[in-house]
Design a protein around this ligand. Structure first.
Ligand SMILES: *[C@@H]1O[C@H](CO)[C@@H](O)[C@H](O)[C@H]1NC(C)=O
Length: 364
């Protein structure tokens, strides 16, 4: 869609909202001939971020029918720049990356969650065969946690506010560029995820939903590299249909904003079959929700099950997850039903604790 069309859409929609929308609908709701996911919504960034109301039914329908949609036409953004920085980062000397490694990998470091999580090279047949660099919302540590005064929950809150670590190489142009690009990329994705939450809160008439997402203590962006494998193993085959997989079938937990660049391999379940999801390319993101959030909105949308096929090249992707605020009550849905998480947890911070435990054991 050209910039002019976008501009016109943005300005005219309030006026045309009660008129004939067929031209807009045609643009946003492409033809079925584009494959099974042809009708998945492609929402212009500008209209999502500006709460232009016409987008709500498109987001809603896409989320109910397919469980995902695309955000497109992001001004001044080109994912290939992020991809180039990722490749350069992962090709740095292991000694340099070790300085950024989580403490489970390098006991000299203090960072437990943010930073570099090396792949498990000795067991490349497992499904954990990937390298990740994790980025969060904090650049500085919260005030020091005093064990004598604070509860376990406060300790957890402190842990969640771990500061980012950034590359410190001999190449300060790279260091500066990497940090700027990914701090910007983090903000961009957080803005998209929050605008999406506002859209579904309007569409479902759940005005209280955005208030669960006002803080983002544990939102996380993961730069992921899945190296091409040298060997196959029986546990890499799908139980569902026998396909060879690089990432097992799963449903996410929170709100996901995903970049696949031009890498094929991602498949989404639709009507009990896996289909290739179009790549996000240079100027788009894929948005979906996970089970925790779906439960909170009374399962009024689809938390799509997805997987990544084994491909014969090293595959890069970026995930961004926006969870509820640390103190958000996740035990009840918007209409007061007890959520699945609610049988075990009251606030999101407690949920995070078990999730972090899993990271410490398996990375993620
Ligand atoms: C993004 O950048 C790449 C490489 O610099 C270029 O080939 C591509 O055309 C750009 N894409 C867009 C949408 O600007």
């Amino acid at each position: 869609m050209s910039k002019t069309v976008l501009f016109v859409l943005g300005i005219l929609v309030p006026v045309t909202a009660f008129l004939d929308l067929s031209t807009i609908i045609e643009k946003l709701w492409p033809q079925e001939s584009d494959g099974v996911f042809g009708p998945v919504a492609r929402i212009p960034y500008h209209d999502l971020l500006n709460d232009n109301l016409y987008i709500d039914p498109f987001v809603l329908r896409s989320m109910q029918e397919y469980g995902f949609f695309y955000v497109v036409d992001i001004p001044g953004y080109n994912a290939s720049i992020e991809l180039d920085y990722m490749k350069e980062f992962f090709s740095l000397d292991e000694k340099v990356k070790d300085k950024l490694a989580i403490k489970r990998h390098n006991p000299d470091n203090i960072n437990a969650y943010r930073g570099y999580c090396p792949g498990l090279n000795d067991v490349e047949s497992t499904l954990q065969f990937k390298n990740v660099f994790n980025i969060g919302p904090h650049e500085t540590r919260a005030p020091f946690y005093d064990e004598t005064e604070d509860s376990a929950l406060e300790k957890l809150r402190y842990d969640c506010q771990e500061a980012n670590v950034w590359p410190d190489t001999d190449d300060c142009v790279f260091d500066k560029g990497f940090k700027e690009v990914f701090q910007g990329g983090f903000e961009l994705r957080r803005g998209i995820a929050r605008a999406f939450v506002r859209s579904i809160s309007r569409a479902l008439k759940y005005p209280d939903l955005p208030s669960l997402f006002t803080e983002d203590e544990f939102s996380a962006m993961g730069l992921r590299k899945y190296p091409a494998r040298q060997m196959k193993n029986t546990n890499m085959y799908s139980d569902f249909d026998g396909e060879l997989l690089r990432e097992l079938e799963h449903i996410d937990s929170t709100v996901t904003v995903l970049s696949t660049f031009h890498n094929e391999g991602l498949q989404m379940l639709y009507k009990n079959e896996y289909w290739d999801a179009p790549v996000s390319g240079d100027n788009a993101f894929i948005v979906n929700i996970g089970k925790l959030v779906d439960d909170i909105i009374d399962n009024k949308m689809l938390s799509v099950r997805h997987r990544v096929l084994e491909v014969d090249f090293t595959r890069y992707s970026i995930t961004y997850f926006l969870g509820p605020s640390f103190d958000a009550d996740i035990s009840k849905s918007m209409t007061g039903w007890i959520t699945e998480a609610g049988h075990k947890y009251q606030v999101f911070g407690e949920w995070i604790k078990d999730y972090l435990g899993a990271i410490e054991l398996f990375y993620y």
